[in-house]
Design a protein around this ligand. Structure first.
Ligand code: NAI
Ligand code: NA
Length: 395
């Protein structure tokens, strides 16, 4: 069939198999051109099909020939309906990995569930024995708690008082003011239950209990801080409480890994266009201004450039560089004072009429559609595509 982008609200409900393959190949090329050679040879990536998790899986496999198991939650294709992009990304990833003789198997299902954890543990026992690195990169709006059965929903709201600021509808370019009412207490708890560190800890405990972690084992989860501008809705909002919880969890996980000389890290990453960040109010306007400034300064990075820097300049060094709170920082270029000053200046000027010249709205849109395999000039979108693509080693 001929596949076109169809958007509904903040997301795109179709995706293009060849376009998704293109985005994976671009990331593989980048990693191969740079090389990595880290020591984690057996890697489990939870949230492996898009965004930072996919980039981590690609960096491990194609940067240092590591064996990877990827866990994710994606929609398979059906006759006349495309799969979700993470499905096509993974199909392309596995195809390339297998061509090079690399071990790569994938599990599609709810990573928060006991069932998917058990399935993953079984696969590790059968195929890999022990894991050297777990990358925890889930982004989800909901979590059904495996012991209570309660379905928690996360929210993106300020705490204490309402928050009013500018935002952009990046599809139309319209800049307008929005007000977000503060959350109620329960919404904080629910957001922490979904995006906090409990599930990360459950994964590591389950793996450790079965002796599936190698000595000098490492695990990393991804966090975000961001500027004053977005603080009320992000870092000091409901999602920020979840990130506080995730960051604290790194310390308790590290404690539980002492006997195998293991360590848990949180890496604070840069703001990027992904399916998750597009849904957060205010963030798309911030990102479109940030991209403009970072590109002008030659500092722009995507997921793969970020993870390459994480692997080569942070996570696998003898002494892992961290901030005063023990966090790895690869948001250092985003947070540079000169970059942030410029972004705040532009923020004041941002309106529907100015944004296309002072911000990188086109860059935002291109990257957004690229997430679903669209807007690649190398792809002929008038050609028929086969939507029924298989993931070769789906378990
Ligand atoms: P993403 O939406 O691109 O990726 C999310 C991944 O989680 C996908 O592989 C998806 O299949 C998987 N997933 C979601 N629910 C699942 C479930 N129930 N079971 C199994 N897999 C599930 O998100 P992105 O942006 O890569 O985010 C990953 C992490 O990075 C998050 O913790 C996010 O907060 C963090 N981060 C994101 C930044 C950004 O600007 N996008 C900046 C800094 C950190
Ligand atoms: Na991810």
């Amino acid at each position: 069939m001929i596949i076109e982008p169809k958007t509904r609200g903040f997301i795109c409900i179709t995706s293009h198999p060849e376009g998704c393959e293109k985005s994976v190949l671009n990331q593989i090329d980048y990693i191969k051109s740079k090389g990595i050679n880290e020591t984690a040879k057996k890697v489990l990536v939870i949230g492996a099909s898009t965004g930072f998790g996919l980039a981590s899986r690609i960096a491990s496999a194609f940067g240092s020939n590591s064996s990877t198991i990827g866990v994710f939650f994606e929609k398979p294709p059906s006759e006349g309906r495309t799969a979700s992009s993470g499905w096509y990304n993974t199909a392309a990833f596995e195809k390339e990995a297998h061509k090079e003789g690399l071990y790569a198997k994938s599990i599609n299902g709810d990573a928060f569930s006991n069932e998917i954890k058990e399935k993953t543990l079984k696969l590790i026992k059968e195929d890999l024995g022990q894991i050297d690195l777990v990358v925890y990169s889930l982004a989800s709006p909901v979590r059904t708690h495996p012991t209570t059965g309660v379905k928690h929903k996360s929210t993106l709201k300020p705490i204490g008082s309402s928050y009013t600021n500018k935002t952009v509808d990046f599809h139309t370019g319209e800049v307008k003011t929005i007000s977000i009412e503060p959350c109620i207490e329960e919404e904080i708890e629910n957001t922490v239950a979904v995006m906090g560190g409990e599930d990360w800890e459950m994964w590591i405990n389950a793996l450790k209990k079965e002796n599936l972690l190698s000595s000098n084992f490492k695990t990393v989860a991804y966090s975000y801080i961001g500027p004053k501008l977005t603080e009320a809705v992000y870092r000091k909002g409901t999602i920020g409480k979840a990130k506080d919880h995730l960051e604290k969890m790194a310390f308790s996980i590290s404690d539980s890994l002492k006997d195998i000389n293991g360590k848990a890290y949180v890496s604070v990453n840069k703001a990027l266009v992904t399916q998750s960040s597009s849904a957060i109010p205010v963030i798309p306007l911030y990102i479109s201004l940030l991209y403009k400034v970072m590109k002008e300064n030659g500092l722009q990075e995507g997921c793969i450039e970020q993870i390459h820097r994480l692997y080569t300049e942070r996570l696998f060094l003898e002494q892992v560089p961290t901030d005063s709170e023990g966090r790895i920082r690869i948001d250092d270029w985003e947070m540079r004072a000169d970059i942030q000053e410029k972004v705040s200046e532009l923020w004041e000027q941002a309106s529907t009429s100015t944004l296309s010249s002072i911000g990188d709205l086109e860059g935002y849109k291109t990257e957004f559609f690229n997430l679903f395999g669209f807007n690649y000039h190398e792809i002929d979108y008038n050609r028929e595509s086969n939507e029924m693509v298989n993931i070769p080693s789906l378990q």
